[in-house]
Write a protein that binds this ligand. Structure first.
Ligand SMILES: *[C@@H]1O[C@H](CO)[C@@H](O)[C@H](O)[C@H]1NC(C)=O
Ligand SMILES: *[C@@H]1O[C@H](CO)[C@@H](O)[C@H](O)[C@H]1NC(C)=O
Ligand SMILES: *[C@@H]1O[C@H](CO)[C@@H](O)[C@H](O)[C@H]1NC(C)=O
Ligand SMILES: *[C@@H]1O[C@H](CO)[C@@H](O)[C@H](O)[C@H]1NC(C)=O
Ligand SMILES: *[C@@H]1O[C@H](CO)[C@@H](O)[C@H](O)[C@H]1NC(C)=O
Ligand SMILES: *[C@@H]1O[C@H](CO)[C@@H](O)[C@H](O)[C@H]1NC(C)=O
Ligand SMILES: *[C@@H]1O[C@H](CO)[C@@H](O)[C@H](O)[C@H]1NC(C)=O
Ligand SMILES: *[C@@H]1O[C@H](CO)[C@@H](O)[C@H](O)[C@H]1NC(C)=O
Ligand SMILES: *[C@@H]1O[C@H](CO)[C@@H](O)[C@H](O)[C@H]1NC(C)=O
Ligand SMILES: *[C@@H]1O[C@H](CO)[C@@H](O)[C@H](O)[C@H]1NC(C)=O
Ligand SMILES: *[C@@H]1O[C@H](CO)[C@@H](O)[C@H](O)[C@H]1NC(C)=O
Ligand SMILES: *[C@@H]1O[C@H](CO)[C@@H](O)[C@H](O)[C@H]1NC(C)=O
Length: 535
C-alpha cells in the first residue's frame, strides 16, 4: 500500500470515535460511588510510525542528556557546541524548571521555617504530544506537500535539504507520546516527594480531575502512576470532565464560553511576526527547493517539524536547519499566541479562566459554588464529585486553559503587553517557561506563625518558580512570595466581577461591547462595554 494511503486509513480508523454518551463506572471495584470515567470525546487522534533512533539519529556524538530518550543535542545552523535551542520551543519545550522566570524569588524557594503546608492545588498541562493537526494543516501539511510532490515528480530538493526527497512524514496526531508519558510520570514522582504527606490522614479517596481529551486523560494516568504507584486506581478516583459542545468544564472552558476563542488577537500578531523572523529562512530554503514556491506559512509549518519530530520520533534533522535567532523568533511566536489568544491581551482571557478561580475559592473556603460560570454544577455542587476538604487537588488540562486561569488569578507579573514586530528581551511572559509540555502550577496554602497567632498564606509556583506575589494580587504585605490568603481571596472576588463572564462569553460584539484590538487586562474595559448592553 502507498504510504500516504495507509496513513489516511490510520487517520480514518482512529478519528471514528464519535461523541458517546457519558459512561459512569465503578473504576476500582471498591468505590461506593460511580464516577464519570469513560466519557468518550477523546478528540481526533492518529498513531504515528514507531521511532527508531538507533538508525535515524545521525549525530556523531556520545553526549547523553540524562533522563531523556529523545535528542537534546542538535545545534542550530551556525551555532557552537554550547548553543541550546531546546528551551526555545515555546509550548513544545520539554519540561524543565522555569529557573529564570522570577530570579528575584530564587532565594525563597524553600518555605519559611515558621510555616506549615496545609493544602496544595496542582494545575497540570499534558505532556509532549503529536501535533493536533492531521495532514491538512501545520507540519503535516508540509509533509503531505513533499510526499505528493515527490510522487508526482514536481518536487525536488538539493544541498542540505536533499534528505527531503526521501522524507516520509510519519508523525501521528494529538496523542500523548512516550516523552510526554515520561514527563508526567516523573512529575507524579516529584509531586509525591513534595506533597505526599498531605494525604496521609485522608479517610476517603482523593478525587483527581482531568478533561476527556486523549492526551490530557493519558497524562493524568501517568501522573497518578508516578504519585500513587502501580495500583493508583485503587487509591484515588479519577474524574473525567467531558470536552464537548454543550458541556461545562472549567478545565476546558471553550464550550461554556462560546466567545472565548473568537477574538484570536494572538494569531493575528504571530502572523505579522512570522513575516519578520522567518523571512531569511524562506530565502535560504527556497534556494534548495525546486518545483514548490514556499510561503511564510509553509516556513512556519516547516520549523514546527523539529520539536514535533523530536518529541514523536526522538530525533529530527530539521532542528539544525534554523539559526539560534530563528529559534528565538519561534519562541516569541508562541508568546504572542498565548498572551493574545488566552492571556492578558485577550478580552475573554479572564472570563475563560474564572471558573477555576471560583473552584479554588470554594476549595480553600469550604464553600459550595454559588454564582456559577463555566462549572458543571451537577458535579461541582456535589461533594462526592467536588470535595471541599481535600488537602491535595490535582487537575489536568491544556496550555490555553492554564494561561486563561493565570490571567483570572490576575498574575500581572506575566501580563506583558507584547508587540507583533519586535520581542522585548526582558518580557516575563514566555510560553516556554509558563506552558511547556508537562507544565504545572502549584497553589500552596500555608499556615505561618506570626507571634502567638497562626494565619493562612498563599504561595504560587509556576514550573517551580515562586511567583513574587504583590499588590496586583491584593497582597498588602508581601515578602518571600507569600501573601495573606484573606487578601488574596478578596482580590479574586474582584476578578470575578471584572471578568464580566456572561457579557464576555455570550454578548455580541458591536451590540453589547466593542472590541477591535488586543486589550491589556485580559477583560473588557468599561469603555468597551455598551451601557445599554443586553447580555
Ligand atoms: C463497585 O464494585 C464493587 C465490587 O464489585 C461492589 O461491591 C460495589 O457495590 C460497586 N459500587 C457501585 C456503586 O456500583
Ligand atoms: C566522530 O567523532 C569522532 C570524535 O569525537 C571522530 O574521531 C570521528 O572521526 C567522527 N566520525 C565521523 C564519521 O565523523
Ligand atoms: C496529497 O495527496 C492526497 C491523496 O491524493 C490528497 O488527499 C491530499 O490533499 C494531497 N495533499 C496535498 C497537500 O497536496
Ligand atoms: C503534484 O503534487 C503537488 C503537491 O501536492 C501539487 O501541488 C501539484 O499540483 C501536483 N502536480 C501534478 C502535476 O499532479
Ligand atoms: C512511510 O511511513 C509509513 C507509515 O506511515 C510506513 O508504512 C512506510 O513503510 C514508510 N515508507 C518508507 C519508504 O519508509
Ligand atoms: C495526621 O493525624 C495525626 C493524628 O491525628 C496528627 O498527629 C498528624 O499531624 C496528622 N498528619 C498530617 C500530615 O496532618
Ligand atoms: C455534567 O457532567 C455530567 C457527567 O459527566 C454530564 O452527564 C452532564 O451532561 C454535564 N452537564 C453539563 C451541562 O456539562
Ligand atoms: C513559482 O513562482 C515563479 C515566479 O513567480 C513561477 O514562474 C513558477 O511557475 C512558480 N512555481 C510553482 C511551482 O508554482
Ligand atoms: C467544611 O464544612 C462542613 C459543613 O459545611 C463541615 O462539616 C466540615 O467539617 C468543614 N471542613 C473543614 C475542613 O473545615
Ligand atoms: C452572586 O451574585 C449576586 C448578584 O450579582 C451578588 O449579589 C452576590 O454577592 C454573589 N454571591 C457571591 C457569593 O459572590
Ligand atoms: C452550564 O453553563 C451555563 C452557562 O453558564 C449555565 O446556564 C448552565 O446552568 C450550566 N449547566 C450546568 C449543568 O452546570
Ligand atoms: C451526589 O452524588 C452521589 C453519588 O452519585 C449521590 O448519591 C447524591 O445523591 C448526590 N447528591 C446530590 C445533592 O445531588
Amino acid at each position: 500500500m502507498l504510504p500516504v494511503a495507509s496513513l489516511l486509513i490510520a487517520v480514518l480508523i482512529s478519528t471514528s470515535f464519535c461523541a458517546e454518551s457519558t459512561k459512569w463506572s465503578n473504576v476500582t471495584g471498591t468505590s461506593n460511588t460511580v464516577f464519570p470515567t469513560d466519557v468518550g470525546n477523546l478528540g481526533d487522534t492518529a498513531p504515528g510510525l514507531a521511532p527508531m533512533t538507533a538508525q535515524d539519529d545521525t549525530l556523531n556524538s556520545t553526549e547523553f542528556v540524562k533522563g531523556y530518550g529523545i535528542d537534546m543535542r542538535s545545534k542550530p545552523l551556525g551555532g557552537n557546541e554550547s548553543t541550546d535551542i531546546y528551551g526555545n520551543f515555546g509550548p513544545y519545550t520539554t519540561w524543565r524548571p522555569a529557573e529564570s522566570l522570577f530570579p528575584e524569588t530564587n532565594p525563597y524557594r524553600s518555605m519559611p521555617p515558621s510555616c506549615q503546608l496545609r493544602q496544595v492545588h496542582i494545575l497540570h498541562r499534558h505532556g509532549a504530544r503529536y501535533p493536533t493537526d492531521g495532514m491538512d494543516d501545520g507540519p503535516g501539511l508540509f509533509g503531505a506537500m513533499v510526499k505528493n510532490g515527490t510522487r508526482n515528480g514536481t518536487f525536488h530538493a538539493t544541498g542540505d535539504l536533499a534528505f527531503l526527497n526521501h522524507l516520509n512524514y510519519t508523525i501521528g496526531q494529538a496523542l500523548l507520546v512516550h516523552q510526554g508519558a515520561q514527563e508526567l510520570f516523573d512529575s507524579g514522582v516529584k509531586h509525591y516527594y513534595e506533597y505526599g504527606r498531605l494525604l496521609s490522614n485522608m479517610t476517603t479517596k482523593p478525587v483527581i480531575r482531568t478533561t476527556s481529551s486523549s492526551r490530557v486523560l493519558d497524562s493524568s494516568r501517568y501522573w497518578t502512576l508516578g504519585f500513587f504507584g502501580w495500583d493508583a486506581n485503587e487509591r484515588m478516583n479519577l474524574e473525567v470532565l467531558t470536552e464537548a459542545k454543550g458541556q461545562n468544564n472549567t478545565l476546558e472552558p471553550k464550550y461554556a464560553c462560546p466567545n472565548g476563542k473568537k477574538f484570536a488577537f494572538g494569531d493575528q500578531m504571530r502572523k505579522e511576526w512570522q513575516k519578520v523572523y522567518l523571512k531569511d529562512a524562506l530565502k535560504r530554503w527556497q534556494k534548495n527547493i525546486h518545483g514548490l514556491n514556499l510561503t511564510i506559512e509553509d516556513m512556519f509549518n516547516i520549523i514546527q517539524v523539529c520539536p514535533y519530530e523530536t518529541a514523536g520520533m526522538g530525533f529530527s534533522k530539521f532542528c539544525s536547519l534554523f539559526t539560534k535567532e530563528e529559534w528565538e523568533g519561534f519562541e516569541y511566536d508562541g508568546d504572542l499566541k498565548f498572551q493574545g489568544n488566552s492571556g492578558f491581551m485577550s478580552p475573554m482571557g479572564r472570563a475563560m479562566g474564572i471558573g477555576y478561580v471560583q473552584e479554588f475559592l470554594a476549595r480553600v473556603s469550604n464553600h459550595t459554588i454559588t454564582n456559577a460560570t463555566s462549572q458543571n454544577t451537577t458535579l461541582d455542587r456535589n461533594e462526592t464529585y467536588f470535595p471541599l476538604d481535600q488537602r491535595l487537588y490535582a487537575d489536568f488540562t491544556h496550555d490555553s486553559a492554564i494561561v486563561n486561569i493565570l490571567t483570572a488569578f490576575n498574575l500581572t507579573q506575566i501580563g506583558d503587553h507584547l508587540k507583533a514586530t519586535k520581542p522585548n528581551k526582558n518580557r516575563r511572559f514566555r510560553a516556554s517557561a509558563i506552558v511547556p509540555f508537562g507544565a504545572r502550577v502549584a497553589f500552596e496554602v500555608l499556615e505561618c506563625a506570626k507571634g502567638e497567632e497562626s494565619t493562612p498564606f498563599i504561595r504560587i509556583k509556576i514550573n517551580d518558580a515562586v511567583v513574587p506575589l504583590n499588590e496586583g494580587q491584593g497582597c498588602r504585605q508581601s515578602h518571600d512570595g507569600l501573601c495573606s490568603l484573606s487578601d488574596f481571596k478578596k482580590q479574586l472576588q474582584d476578578s470575578i466581577k471584572a471578568s464580566h463572564f456572561d457579557l464576555a462569553c455570550f454578548g455580541k460584539n458591536g451590540t453589547d461591547f466593542s472590541v477591535t484590538s488586543p486589550v491589556s487586562q485580559g477583560q473588557l474595559s468599561n469603555a468597551q462595554i455598551h451601557t445599554n448592553q443586553t447580555a
